[in-house]
Design a protein around this ligand. Structure first.
Ligand code: DGJ
Length: 729
């Protein structure tokens, strides 16, 4: 493992766990992409670059008609000097030109992985875990330096990339486009996998064959969004869950992004991802630097499942941080769907106390505790307690709940401001807006201008004061609209298009400060559910509220799709009331429990209204979840049956030592004369014997995986089971 440079051939060979990534300097100038895939011991250019005179592909050196940038694979290509494919970056000079010519200058190979200043990123705990290559490119005419960074991990099939621009010239530059990566694959025999969605229907899996031209997904919402996720993967045509090659690209960023694959005239495929160039530009004054976000590129030789497990472990252990990273997450009761805005201190205490009786560990007070927030039209920004609802204040309520031996969590929406608020009266220009234009609403609220340091400082103080005022152990950090009229009162005209990215930098700064100040607090991010489920947020907050849609059947697809990239420990999953508040479906408490127990379990209904029988069911769910919690949250995750492909869903969670496992299985609709199903398990040790605890029977791991095990003969719609497997010695 590590990074080798062959001086003579000018080839960099980057080796991650079982992966090779090869870069070559062509003519000592151009940084070419040679190979990415299964590890090879050495690279001797069996697929050496070929040079042909191709019609309508121009030649930077007119003497050499066989050399065109249009026909070679690159690591960070430009537009304008013969490459007609989508460029990775574009810079405008003071004279109006957008032509640049970056050439290799030098490189550095170091142990470990440097931090990305001000941006979330994966990290190492010791320098032995990774090596980093930094390639310095220069356009000497204008003094532009560009540094391409690559890190390979010893224990993961992952390469992370990012790019830094430095203006060392004597004229201002303007960045028009600065993507985080570019990979030119030599062919186009791929399918493209993306995770589109909507509010309440996040991260559905879509797979389509690549076609000529550009196919892209993007967000222009100022947020990674419900509608698309900053992730794309290329899959070989025959790739399945357990076989075949996959190349994943995931941007560690929570704002507007672009991810695209372009198939060109020669059937090569260019993949790139980064900050969305749409409505973006950045003034790069003399001596200034600009850092792109990081992209995490994962290669898997053995199917989508293997790719997911690489992302899961890397993100659980080397993206998420803090005291709670490796700790089991508490089972919570949240009052949102129980009360919405209509509660008082007594009601909260009753729900918390009912939760305590059932074995629940954390009470979360959701929206409505502050300002005059009796509905969603007011008070965002007024982060002080509403004494009408909580006459004795927050400290008193937290104290009472803590006395029950329950932890206490609190909801905030710190990036927003209501027009009807004291904060807005004082600072009407603190929101994103454009002079003399309408300030478009969404949930009747505006977005605070986090590109302004004084706004960030004021909000950090308000939130910190509340958190310091009572023994709060959990925070739900919500964000319930997307940006419009993106402009800042504090930026000059030529910097207006920097606002959305400056907002993200401001937000990351606030999150860094608050999470470091309160290291014992477990932070969960949320954006109307899963509107900002991305690795950027996970760097600060190890879990995310997966979706506002709490219906068990909807959750099968949502959680399955989310698991393509994100670990189970990051997914909040709650049991809620029926009929379900989002889709109005009736399902049993059992299946609601089984779906939620396949994530970070919580409850979100009025526990005081449960019948005694229902209470017994919940008590049992809570007790069994405590038994399997570390497996579910930190085990290896296997997708067995996909809700996108049929009537059944099955997942498995296997301990790293393969001594324990948990299977969850769901059948949506009953069918007449249904086939008798057998489900083949995954991830077990074929040599080991396992007891299926619920059945009181023991089988070999090989039997369970190769033959499978009978699914119970269910009757009726919406059936499920959860089975625990334990090794028998
Ligand atoms: C959206 C969240 O996703 C919900 O869980 C809840 O916290 C509401 N916001 C509160 O306004």
């Amino acid at each position: 493992m590590g990074i080798r440079f062959d001086k003579e051939k000018e080839i960099f060979h980057l080796q991650a766990k079982n992966t090779s990534y090869v870069i070559k300097l062509l003519h000592s100038k151009y940084v070419c992409h040679m190979y990415w895939g299964r590890k090879v011991r050495d690279y001797h250019e069996p697929d050496a670059l070929r040079f042909l005179d191709r019609a309508f592909s121009g030649n930077p050196n007119p003497e050499d008609r066989t050399f065109s940038l249009d026909t070679q694979p690159f690591e960070y290509p430009a537009y304008g000097n013969t490459d007609y494919r989508a460029p990775a970056y574009q810079i405008q000079l003071e004279n109006g030109s957008t032509i640049t010519d970056l050439q290799y200058k030098s490189h550095r190979i170091t142990k470990g992985k440097p931090k990305l200043e001000g941006l979330p990123a994966t990290y190492v705990e010791s320098d032995e875990e990774a090596e980093t290559l930094e390639i310095e490119l220069e356009d000497s005419l204008i003094g532009l330096k560009v540094f391409l960074s690559y890190t390979v991990f010893e224990n993961f099939n992952a390469v992370t990339r990012s790019v830094r621009f430095v203006n060392e010239g004597d004229k201002n530059l303007k960045i028009l486009r600065a993507l985080s990566t570019n990979v030119d694959f030599r062919d186009d025999e791929f399918d493209l996998l993306t995770l589109p969605g909507a509010w309440g229907r996040e991260r559905y899996i879509e797979r389509r064959a690549l076609q000529s031209g550009v196919q892209s997904v993007e967000s222009r919402r100022g947020s990674s969004s419900h509608q698309q996720n900053p992730f794309i993967a290329l899959l070989r045509k025959d790739t399945t869950e357990d076989h075949g090659e996959v190349y994943g690209f995931n941007l560690v960023y929570s704002g507007s992004f672009l991810a695209q694959a372009e198939v060109d005239q020669f059937h090569t495929t260019r993949v790139s991802i980064g900050i969305n160039p749409f409505d973006f530009s950045w003034q790069l004054g003399c001596g200034e630097a600009f850092q792109t976000p990081e992209v995490v590129q994962v290669y898997a030789a053995n199917g989508l499942g293997e790719m997911s497990r690489t992302y899961h472990k890397l993100y659980r252990t080397r993206l998420c941080r803090g005291e709670h990273r490796d700790k089991e997450r508490p089972i919570l009761i949240n009052n949102w769907e129980a009360t919405y805005f209509d509660f008082n201190a007594e009601k909260i205490e009753e729900i918390a106390s009912a939760g305590k009786e059932l074995g629940i560990e954390l009470f979360v007070l959701d929206d409505g505790w502050f300002g005059k927030r009796d509905d969603d039209n007011t008070s965002l920004g007024d982060w002080f307690v509403d004494r009408n609802k909580l006459p004795n204040g927050l400290e008193d309520l937290v104290g009472r709940v803590r006395k029950m031996d329950m932890q206490f969590g609190l909801w905030f929406e710190p990036e927003m401001i209501s027009v009807e608020s004291e904060l807005y009266k004082k600072h009407p220009d603190w929101c994103l807006h454009v002079p003399n234009r309408t300030r478009s609403g969404s949930r009747n609220q505006l977005v605070l201008d986090y590109s302004r340091p004084e706004v960030c400082a004021a909000i950090t103080k308000m939130v910190s004061d509340i958190l310091a005022s009572a023994p709060i152990t959990y925070v739900k950090w919500d964000m319930n609209r997307n940006m419009t009229e993106i402009g800042s009162a504090a930026l000059p005209p030529e910097r207006q298009r920097e606002t959305a990215h400056r907002y993200m930098l401001g937000l990351y700064g606030v999150l860094e400060e608050i999470t470091s100040k309160f290291p014992h607090i477990l932070f969960e991010s949320c954006s109307g559910g899963g509107g900002r489920f991305d690795p950027g947020m996970l760097h600060y907050m190890p879990q995310t509220w997966t979706s506002d849609n709490t219906d068990a059947i909807s959750r099968l697809k949502i959680q399955h799709g989310t698991s393509i990239v994100y670990p189970v420990s990051a997914m909040g999953a709650h049991v809620s009331d029926v009929p379900n508040h989002q889709v109005h479906r009736y399902t049993s408490l059992d299946i609601r429990g089984d779906a939620a127990m396949s994530g970070n379990l919580g409850y979100e209904l009025d526990l005081t209204k449960l019948t005694n029988e229902e209470k017994e069911v919940v008590k049992k769910q809570v007790a069994s979840y405590k038994e399997i919690r570390s497996l579910v949250q930190f085990g290896e995750f296997y997708r067995i049956l996909s809700p996108f492909e049929g009537n059944e869903t099955a997942w498995m969670f296997v301990s790293e030592d393969q001594e324990e496992a948990f299977v969850s299985y769901f059948r949506v609709l009953a069918e007449p004369q249904a086939p008798l199903k057998v489900v083949k398990l995954k991830g077990l040790d074929p040599e080991k014997q396992y007891e299926v605890v619920e059945l009181g029977k023991t089988y070999g791991g090989d039997e369970l995986m190769h033959i499978g095990i009978n699914v119970p003969d269910f009757q009726g719609d919406f059936q499920s089971f959860g089975w625990c497997l334990k090794e028998v010695h």
